[in-house]
Write a protein that binds this ligand. Structure first.
Ligand code: HEM
Length: 491
């Protein structure tokens, strides 16, 4: 267990603890007479001296080991209780139905994502009421639905080709850095639009980096404190807002439309016929950039690290590209992307082994009952924070055979291990009400990048297989991921 792992755990606990304590004080003040009425047992609780032992395990062996110990001792549902804060862990897919599908009034993200409000604006996401937020999620879903993805293939490919044309005949690169740059270019073109990509790329890139300061631990805990980082974040957000407002107005006044996601958001309407405002469009498109750029870049890097250390799978994806090229020709198009099953499974296996959201959290607003796979029933009281540890669930051996082995075939039609425990066996993209709107788009851009690389370059991983940097909000490969490349000679 390294120090970064400790940092993540401590960060997570601190955020939940402060949120929960503040909420508890407010709620207790308002409803001093509230009594949980329950007919079923509450989950087993770890508290007092046992907690100290547990913290020791986290610090020395890691979060996954701590969960394993408690799971073995207490079963798939257990509560950690400290200073009045109760975090209930739900292990395994069988206990996740309500977690993912419950009504927003009964179970939600609570206020854990409120630090996003100054970043995205108070007109979207957690700045607005649930009904408006649901409609805005519909705009996102609509903008990224399968029937619209086809039109993004060419712009994505164009960016990929232009980017890798700049590589020489051979050389050494940090794959992580390369993908960060490339994903910003693709996102600018497909999400933010032509005006930004062609005229303001550098400026917008810088502004997003400053806005990203809002994800630092201090800003997450104190989003409205007058710190230099928060001030830079607010200035960047104001400038972005101005840029997008001008773009939206210019498109509207000249009756010009584009094929990007920004245009879809401009054209979106609420159920009552009201069109989206400029501030809403700005917030919604920034949200997509935050949701989509870094996640895809990290996944692309892990995919490289896994393929370049597993000869069998590297050979399989190269062979698949050759077969597809024989049918669809050298140019990658949407139909060709749909045929890349092996590459798709290789990416999916990366997401199982390196989940970008290691633990999902929710807040319980209304008590509910759940049943474990062993038949035990528990009442989960209002006020509990729920934690679904993907970093543990993705390695459950009764679902995933030899879970420590990189084995993309586990997702083949013959095996379908991701369905063994029901629909929440594979939650790399979340599930239910808040599942990722960008899943298909993400696979598409990662497949465009990797199919292009596999077709055009021989690659070798020079660095050791990267460790995970758990100190990041999105756990990422640690350090540089150095790769040597050599351009393939056309046959
Ligand atoms: C490999 C890439 C990606 C992964 C692993 C990923 C993962 C996730 C996960 C786990 C959630 C649910 C979080 C929760 O339940 O608390 C989520 C939500 C979301 N994702 Fe992604 N994502 C990826 C790419 C993208 C892309 C490309 C976009 C947009 C272009 C995107 C936009 C969003 C948005 C807007 C949400 C919030 C949905 C909501 O709250 O209803 N994501 N993502």
């Amino acid at each position: 267990m390294d120090l970064t792992n400790i940092a993540t755990w401590v960060t997570t606990v601190v955020v939940i603890f402060i949120t929960a304590v503040v909420t508890k004080i407010i709620v207790t003040g308002r409803r001093a007479t509230f009594q949980a009425v329950c007919s079923r047992a509450h989950p087993p609780v770890v508290n007092g001296p046992s907690l100290i032992k547990l913290v020791h395990v986290v610090l020395t062996k890691g979060l996954r080991e701590m969960i394993r110990d408690q799971y073995r001792a207490l079963g798939s549902v257990f509560t950690l209780s400290f200073f009045g804060v109760k975090i209930t862990f739900l292990v395994g897919p069988e206990v996740l139905d309500h977690f993912y599908q419950g009504l927003e009034s009964e179970i939600s993200h609570g206020n854990t994502l409120e630090f996003m409000v100054p970043m995205l604006g108070k007109e979207v996401g957690f700045g607005v009421d649930v009904a408006t937020r649901n409609e805005q999620m519909r705009f996102h879903n609509d903008a990224l639905k399968l029937s619209k993805l086809r039109s993004h293939t060419d712009p994505m490919l164009q960016e990929v080709e232009d980017y890798f044309t700049r590589w020489g005949q051979h050389g050494t690169v940090d794959l992580k850095h390369e993908f960060e740059q490339l994903l910003m270019l693709i996102s600018s073109r497909c999400l933010l639009g032509r005006e930004i990509r062609e005229n303001m790329f550098d400026e917008v890139h810088t502004l997003f980096r400053e806005l990203n300061g809002g994800m630092s631990l201090a800003s997450v805990l104190f989003p409205y404190a007058p710190t230099p980082t928060n001030r830079r974040r607010d200035r960047a957000r104001a400038k972005l807002s101005k840029l997008f407002t001008e773009i939206v107005r210019s498109r509207k006044s000249s009756n010009r439309t584009e094929g990007d996601v920004l245009q879809n958001l401009i054209d979106s309407e609420y159920k009552d016929g009201r069109p989206t405002t400029e501030a809403e469009v700005t917030g919604l498109v920034i949200m997509l950039l935050f949701g989509g750029k870094h996640t895809s870049s990290v996944t692309s890097t892990w995919t490289g690290a896994c393929l370049l250390t597993h000869e069998k799978w590297l050979a399989a994806v190269i062979e698949e590209q050759k077969e597809i090229a024989r049918v669809y020709g050298d140019r990658i198009d949407y139909n060709a992307l749909l045929q890349m099953d092996t590459l798709h499974r290789c990416i999916k296996e990366v997401l199982r082994m390196h989940p970008l959201v290691p633990v999902f959290f929710r807040k319980v607003h209304k008590s509910f009952t759940l049943r474990t796979k062993d038949g035990a029933e528990y009442e989960i009281p209002r006020g509990h924070t729920l934690a679904s540890p993907a970093l543990f669930n993705n390695y459950l051996p009764y679902i995933y055979k030899d879970p420590g082995v990189y084995d993309p075939d586990r997702f083949s039609l013959e095996r379908e291990e991701d369905k063994v425990g029901g629909k929440f066996s594979f939650t790399a993209f979340g599930g239910g009400r808040h599942s990722c709107v960008g899943e298909a788009y993400a696979y598409m851009q990662i497949k465009v990048i990797w199919s292009y690389l596999l077709r055009n370059f021989e690659l070798n991983l020079e660095s050791p297989f990267p460790e995970t940097d758990w100190s990041k909000l999105v756990p990422s490969p640690k350090g540089k991921v150095m790769v040597t490349y050599r351009r393939r000679v056309a046959a």
